[in-house]
Design a protein. Structure first.
Length: 205
């Protein structure tokens, strides 16, 4: 937990490009569990440690961080010290929003229709527009599928692990998509803290 991941210093991703984040969010994006209880549970379990003073809603990783995530690939060492400079691993729990927010990034691809399973050929314009309606509280904001011609709520489209919607979420920075996967232990913890089931996905700004 003290050595920088060599892949991050050898030019795979220049420092100005966001490596990525792992996002943990309730499966039902309308749900908004209690944020304080969530933070307390993550802290007691050692997933997070002290708040980072100059970053809003951010926490240092705790002693059990790397046991609660499964790192894929061999010998990935995570930089977790902000003093080193460059990307470092930390956890952000943003304030909850009144309505589901769309979490997406440059890695987000066209989602699949929940009915006919076709990838939308309209990606991304109508989705961007409809996500704004959802964020304003229009719960059933829908996008028409060019393949089957039916409108489906934007939240019901299949985003795989490249995006999603949430009111309350936990962000793990900076994690390349797929580099770390939540363990069953972490999902149990989140469920215990919230009373609901969680999912995960990845976003690169
Ligand atoms: Zn369809």
């Amino acid at each position: 937990m003290t050595i920088k991941d060599p892949r991050r210093t050898e030019g795979v991703a220049p420092p100005s490009i966001h490596v990525g984040r792992l996002i943990l969010a309730p499966r039902d994006s309308e749900l908004c569990p209690d944020r304080d209880r969530l933070i307390r549970t993550l802290s007691e379990a050692g997933f997070i440690a002290d708040p980072i003073l100059d970053r809003e809603c951010a926490f240092l990783v705790g002693p059990e961080f790397s046991a609660l995530l499964a790192f894929v690939g061999c010998a990935v060492a995570i930089a977790d010290d902000p003093q080193i400079g460059g990307p470092f691993c930390h956890v952000v729990v943003p304030q909850a929003s009144a309505h589901p927010r769309w979490c997406h990034g440059r890695n987000t691809g066209a989602p699949r229709c929940p009915a006919c399973r076709a990838r939308s050929s309209d990606w991304p314009s109508p989705f961007k527009q409809v996500a704004l309606e959802l964020a304003r509280g229009h719960r059933s904001a829908s996008v028409v599928c060019p393949s089957c011609g039916r409108a489906h709520p934007i939240r019901s489209w299949d985003w795989k692990q490249q995006g999603g919607f949430a009111r309350l979420l936990v962000q793990v920075e900076e994690i390349f998509p797929g580099e770390a996967v939540p363990t069953d232990g972490l999902f149990d913890l989140l469920e215990r803290a919230s009373g609901c089931a969680w999912r995960h996905f990845y976003v690169q700004d």
